[in-house]
Design a protein around this ligand. Sequence first.
Ligand code: SF4
Length: 192
Amino acid sequence: MAIKPRTDLSALFDRAKSALRLDERIGEKPNLASKRTQNLKGRVAKGKPVVSVCPYCAVGCSTLAYVSDEGKLLDVEGNPDSPVNGGHLCPKGSAIFGLTVNNARWTTAKYRAPYATEWEDKPLPWVMDRIAARVIESRERTFVREKDGKRVNHTLGIASLGGATFGCEENYLLGKLMHSLGVVSIENQARI
Ligand code: SF4
C-alpha cells in the first residue's frame, strides 16, 4: 500500500501567514488595539491604593481601596499581596464598592421609639448613649449572682455578636467588656 506523503502543516501555516498577513492580525500586537482603546485609562489609573479588609466574612480577604487625591473612593479590588485571597474576591466581596457608594445607602443613625411606626434620624452620640443605657438596664435586670447554690455572676439577657472586620485588639476589648458585664453568649460572626 502506498504511503501518503505527510502534509507539512508548518509550511502550510507559513504560506497562510504571509498570504493573509497574519503577523499583523493575531498575537500580542499593539496594532490589535484601536486608537480609542489605546487611549483608554483604567478606572483606578489615578487612584491611590489603600490596603483594607473585606467587611463581610471571617475569611478576612484583603482589599485595595483606590482613592482620589480628594479622598473620594474610586473602586475596591482584591489585594494581590494577600496570602489569604491573592487578589481575588468572592461575589460578595466584589460588591464592596457598590455597598459603599450608592444612593440608597443609609448614612444616618435610625431610631424607632417604642410603639412608633416611623423611623427618625438621631445623632450618633445620642444613639451610643441610648445603647449604653439599655445595656446597663438589661444587665441590672437580668444579672444572676447565684444559681443552685453556686456563684455564676452572669446575665443571659444580653448577647454579643462581633464582626469580621474586628482585629485582634478590638476582639480583645470586646471580650473584656462582655465578660466584665457577665455576658456569656459571645460570638464573632462567621468562622472558618
Ligand atoms: S465575603 Fe468573600 S471576599 Fe469577603 S472575606 Fe469573605 S470570602 Fe473574602
